[in-house]
Design a protein around this ligand. Structure first.
Ligand SMILES: Cc1cc2nc3c(=O)[nH]c(=O)nc-3n(C[C@H](O)[C@H](O)[C@H](O)COP(=O)(O)O)c2cc1C
Ligand code: SF4
Ligand code: FES
Length: 722
């Protein structure tokens, strides 16, 4: 039986989401032009693209970068995550708050990792990244002539992995791509070379790259495919992709183009976090040079093949680095991870097979193809293969990005970064970014590679080594990490959303009271960790409590380290705990017995004289002429309750009758004096018609309180929710 893309398992869950081009680039453009998203612009956008306002509201409310109020003159964001916290970030934040907290020109926000952990504590003024020490100067500039554009910080010497000598341009680089397009090497041989090289994905999961390319190449032959470079790195301590993008855009793009060519994709994107503006600029210049040289375009290198590259700027949020959340975002939905399977290689962007690799993985591909799988394997230490970029931060003398042979030990990498700050001893290390479990000072001779770290109960993760000096409060450090995950949880699944909040509240209480965790509290943390690890949809929830658990074997105050044996003991304890129920379970019958249709959550009453722009909930016998009922709660576009996911969470609305408006058009029903408007019948009739045409029903609702005032809505009353 042939399975069409629409029948792939998991597709059902996405039914009802809006088709059509993503609105995120348009929202990005408005915000870039005006600094925020004014209501009038959103209404115009909705009309232009014939999409409902509530869809747009749903997007905006998900993505932290979008703002619906005008910015102040100075946007000051200060990072409060681990690497910055370790460099006295909290003290600097307190000083900044004392100085600018009441300043009417300044909007001060604490934010998650800015990807500038090498200059920790890090901040950004009007999106211009900076160490906190430079904030005053930038604030002064922002009040005056502006902060200007930041340029990417680039390394003077070439990196040891680069097969192309310094000074080469587009004409001399992209050799493997040219060879492929000229028919000198085949897709099969590229996949075979990648398999031989032992290259694994550097985005965290470590999936074998050759195998992934082979799978996507073989998926659904003849169909449209896509390739995406994941440049969303946002995990505290992780900034090596930023450096690779700045210094080796040619390798990243050649890898991406090779990926496209091998799997049969004509279109490829770099999905980049919006805080990487300087690096985005570098990429755009390289893409322009590729176009200019005819390496990409309708006839790439004269091969007759079409290869197009573009950049998709993320509207914010760590979760978008998760590949299916990234796809949801690119499709123009809220960036919530999908259930897997199906995996993106089979069912990716717009349901098409999609190759997704991280920045470093793509950059490694041309290195391997130019220098050979054998050469690559020889670069690693012992059984490890290749070069590896690490971001090193925290309590080290020289935080920064280092490219070392895979298999280098933790101790050697710390030494390469100048050793521990002020000659202190190591207290603990997070070897693979915020998701990785802490290891102790007795584990510094561990080799940094996938297998060794996994055996030791931690992971290579995102290639971010964060060093904590002896005496650092490890419980506080791991609670800081947990706060990051709690803040960045997309909220789609309960274990992650609730579990991370519960655990953080518990730990924060312990830290604030200056006490230590008692046995019951340890048990609770272990219970939550187990529930989250086993039942969360995506990696965020699955690992969020791991770092905390990894330090539970330590005395608060640090020093003794967590060994693999300790980590095992902790997990063993978790397994033997009794009474670890996290949710009450019900039979289907019990669940259905408790099921009620959606509730009306905010039906307002309004005097007819003030009914302008509202869609009535009941029949109206009008004593006077009434103008058109042009608007519903979600701004003039009739919707049904189920479609208000997101918008309905934020708005006191309930859409219980179906509007007769066309998508993107306001209704223009008016009522003559003495006229009767039988809404229910009319709308129900139109509901049937509309369901047939669009596969979804458009309803209506009642105006928001805040809009009631604008439309002269005196007399608004809320009925309590049923
Ligand atoms: C919460 C979360 C965040 C992630 N963030 C990133 C990221 O910023 N960059 C990245 O390449 N992969 C990230 N990943 C992994 C991606 O889902 C995916 O596995 C990866 O991009 C595949 O590329 P690779 O095979 O080259 O590693 C993240 C995963 C999770 C669960
Ligand atoms: S685990 Fe957390 S971040 Fe991942 S889908 Fe669930 S709620 Fe969202
Ligand atoms: S910039 Fe602060 S933790 Fe990364």
């Amino acid at each position: 039986m042939t399975i069409s893309p629409e029948r792939v398992a998991g597709v059902e869950a996405r039914a009802g989401k809006f088709p059509g081009p993503s609105l995120i680039p348009a929202l990005n453009a408005i915000q870039a032009r005006l600094g925020w998203l004014p209501r009038e612009e959103l209404e115009e956008l909705a009309r232009e693209v014939r999409r409902p306002r509530y869809e747009i509201e749903g997007l905006i409310s998900f993505y932290p970068h979008f703002r619906t109020t005008p910015p102040k003159k100075v946007q000051l964001s200060v990072c409060h995550d681990l690497s910055c916290w370790l460099r006295s970030g909290d003290d600097r934040i307190a000083e900044i708050k004392a100085k600018y907290g009441q300043d009417t020109d300044v909007e001060l926000v604490e934010v998650s990792c800015l990807g500038r952990c090498d200059v920790a504590p890090a901040a950004a003024v009007n999106e211009h990244p900076t160490p906190v020490s430079e904030v005053d100067n930038l604030v002064t500039s922002a009040r005056g002539e502006g902060v200007g554009h930041a340029s990417a910080s680039r390394r003077a010497e070439p990196w040891p992995n680069d097969p192309y000598p310094a000074g080469y341009g587009v004409a001399e680089r992209y050799k493997s791509l040219r060879a492929f397009l000229a028919g000198e090497i085949s897709a099969e041989s590229i996949v075979a070379t990648l398999k031989d090289s032992g290259l694994r994905g550097m985005g965290g999961a470590g999936f074998p790259t050759g195998q992934k390319w082979g799978l996507v190449a073989a998926a659904q032959p003849g169909t449209v495919k896509y390739a995406i470079c994941n440049a969303d790195e946002s995990e505290p301590g992780t900034f090596k992709d930023r450096q690779i993008l700045a210094d080796q855009p040619h390798l990243v793009l050649e890898g991406l183009l090779l990926g496209m060519a091998v799997v049969g994709a004509e279109e490829g994107w770099v999905f980049i976090r919006h805080e990487y503006g300087p690096e985005e600029h570098v990429l755009r210049e390289e893409i322009a040079a590729l176009r200019e040289a005819g390496v990409i375009g309708a006839d790439a290198c004269g091969s007759g093949k079409r290869l197009q590259l573009d950049i998709f700027v993320s509207p914010g949020g760590y979760i978008l680095g998760e590949e299916t959340a990234l796809l949801e975002c690119m499709e123009g939905h809220r960036g919530e991870p999908r259930n897997k399977p199906p995996f993106p290689g089979n069912y990716g962007l717009h349901g098409r097979p999609t190759l997704i690799n991280s920045v470093e993985t793509f950059a490694d591909v041309p290195v391997i193809l130019q220098r050979g799988a054998e050469w690559w394997a020889e670069q690693g230490v012992g059984e490890s293969v290749g070069w590896k970029f690490f971001a090193v931060s925290g309590h080290v003398q020289n935080p920064g990005v280092y490219c070392v042979p895979m298999g280098t030990t933790v101790r050697e990498l710390i030494d390469t970064a100048g050793g521990v700050l002020d000659g202190a001893e190591v207290g603990a290390v997070q070897p693979g970014g915020a998701s990785s479990n802490f290891i102790g000072p007795d584990q510094l001779d561990l080799q940094l590679d996938f297998g060794t770290l996994a055996k030791a109960g931690t992971m290579l993760g995102s290639g971010a080594l964060v060093v904590l000096a002896e005496g650092t409060d490890l419980l506080a450090a791991s609670t800081n990490v947990l706060r990051f995950f709690r803040n960045e949880s997309c909220g789609k699944c309960v274990p992650c959303r609730v579990g991370s909040t519960k655990a953080h509240t518990l730990l924060r209480g312990v830290l604030d009271s200056g006490s230590t965790l008692d046995e019951a509290q340890r048990g609770k943390i272990l219970q939550l960790e187990e529930a989250m690890r086993k039942t969360s949809i995506c990696g965020l929830g699955q690992v969020a409590l791991g770092p905390v658990v990894s330090v539970l074997g330590l005395d608060k105050g640090g020093g003794s380290g967590t060994s693999a044996a300790q980590a095992g003991r902790i997990e063993g304890t978790a397994r033997t705990l009794s009474g670890r129920e996290f949710f009450t379970t019900r039979t289907v019958a019990e669940a259905l017995a408790g099921f009620r249709p959606a509730h009306r959550t905010g039906v307002e009453e309004v005097a007819l004289s003030a009914a302008l722009h509202r869609v009535p909930a009941a029949d109206i016998l009008s004593p006077q002429a009434l103008p058109g009922f042009a608007k519903s709660t979600v701004d003039g576009f009739a919707v049904r309750a189920a479609d208000t996911y997101g918008a309905s969470e934020g708005l006191p609305s309930y859409l219980d009758l179906i509007g007769s408006v066309r998508m993107g058009e306001a209704p223009t029903v008016s009522v003559k004096p003495g006229g009767l408007r039988r809404d229910a019948d009319r709308w129900r009739g139109s509901r049937r018609r509309r369901r047939g045409r669009h596969g979804r029903v458009h309803g209506r609702d009642h105006a928001r309180n805040d809009r009631g005032d604008k439309a002269g809505g005196a007399g608004w009353r809320h009925r309590p929710c049923r």
